[in-house]
Design a protein around this ligand. Structure first.
Ligand code: HPA
Length: 268
């Protein structure tokens, strides 16, 4: 099976992939940079959404190029990671959360491959924005590795690159958010439009602004990520060992089942 891991802040390495080779994939949306290699019977692609060395801020990431590149490579499953702040005292820094919903506060980001005209118009269903099969795989794999995992969570996506104000965080918590980050939207949306199964394991790096007693720093996020790097790698190895063939999944028909596809990802 062809599987991609999208790493975020603090997860740049792909050393558990055998025979790694850097690859640039040209797409009509721009280039994507990834490392291709193998794990067991799987072809694995490791893509860092911020580029190497955290060069691209969240609002300038070329999400369409990244997801389209994976589609061109015929990837069927994406496991994404995301560093997040916690909106709730009971979700402590260091926790792993398998996301199940999101609330979008971004603006000005390209959220679709279907921009009208030749590529048509698609209103993709996001009742279950994160693939239930990938979510189960992540939850089961984490439990098998004895990693404490929170099996659901609503992700609030902010525009960044600044952190939030305490007033914003209080509002997000009242709206039902559990964690906050800057990158999962539109990545998860584009993956669904591309009919690729997509799940995210969020790593809580800090209490969000106003819940944390201290001002937030990017270094704090990096430090907590690096403290949990080994756990994440354990989780990925278990996930890659557990994935068998490609089960059919409604994600793979998310657009074609609507019968309105005239262009975009699949038909060029
Ligand atoms: N806010 C937004 N994004 C983040 C945070 C945060 O507190 N922590 C890690 N990514």
């Amino acid at each position: 099976m062809k599987i991609a891991i999208i790493g975020g802040t603090g997860l740049y390495q792909s050393e558990f992939i055998a025979d790694p080779k850097e690859q640039t994939v040209n797409t009509k949306y721009g280039d994507a940079y990834l490392v291709a290699g193998r794990f067991a019977d799987h072809q694995v692609y490791f893509l860092n959404r911020h580029g190497t060395g955290h060069k691209v801020p969240p609002h300038l990431i070329n999400y369409r190029a990244n997801i389209f590149a994976l589609k061109q490579l015929e990837v069927e499953m994406i496991i994404a990671t995301a560093a997040v702040g916690s909106l709730r005292e009971d979700i402590k820094p260091g926790s792993l959360v398998v996301l199940d919903q999101f609330i979008d506060f971004t603006h000005g980001r390209e959220q679709t491959f279907f921009t009208g005209e030749g590529s048509g118009v698609v209103h993709v269903d996001l009742t279950e924005p994160y693939c239930p099969q990938v979510r189960k795989l992540l939850i089961d794999s984490a439990r098998q590795e004895n990693l404490a995992i929170i099996d659901r969570g609503t992700y609030v996506c902010t525009q960044g690159p600044r952190f939030e104000t305490p007033a914003e965080i209080a509002m997000f918590a009242r709206l039902g958010g559990d964690v906050v980050g800057m990158t999962n939207v539109p990545e998860v949306v584009l993956a669904r439009e591309a009919e690729i199964c997509y799940g995210t394991v969020a790593i809580v790096t800090n209490y969000a602004a106003g819940i944390s007693p201290n001002p937030l720093t990017h270094q704090e996020v990096l430090d907590v990520m690096s403290a949990h790097e080994d756990n994440l790698k354990k989780l990925f190895k278990r996930v890659l060992s557990a994935v068998k063939g490609a089960n059919d999944c409604s994600c793979r028909h998310a657009v074609t089942s609507q019968g309105e596809l005239t262009g975009g990802v699949n038909n060029g």
